[in-house]
Design a protein around this ligand. Structure first.
Ligand SMILES: [Zn+2]
Length: 111
């Protein structure tokens, strides 16, 4: 009995202080997080650790360049003026298979 009296008293105090008033909550809509499904989409390829991508101007293929061997790609091609650092890697960018396989093997053997 006594507990109920205390609860009622607290409810009245909170209401008077405006704590329980939720009529002006329409402003909080912008803080709502977007649905996860729209964020989860195809991710662009990411270069392995200590490596970076160089994109062939003509073929648009991404080649992996090990930072320790910046003069050649992972597939053994010499880096020339035909290779440029990609300004924007698209999610559907083609990565040289030989390069990616080489980079994976290399990182595994390093660990
Ligand atoms: Zn390559």
């Amino acid at each position: 009995m006594d507990d109920n009296c205390v609860d009622l008293l607290n409810a009245e105090v909170l209401e008077a202080a405006g704590v329980t008033d939720s009529s002006d909550s329409s402003d909080s809509e912008e803080s709502a997080t977007p649905p996860e499904t729209y964020v989860k989409k195809f991710q662009p390829p990411v270069a392995p650790e200590n490596c970076s991508f160089l994109q062939h101007k003509r073929t648009k293929t991404l080649h992996v360049v090990d930072s320790r061997f910046p003069r050649s790609t992972g597939c053994g091609r010499l880096v020339s003026a035909d290779y440029v650092a990609p300004s924007n890697v698209r999610y559907d960018a083609a990565v040289c298979h030989t390069c990616s396989r080489h980079a994976k093997k290399d990182s595994f053997s390093l660990s």
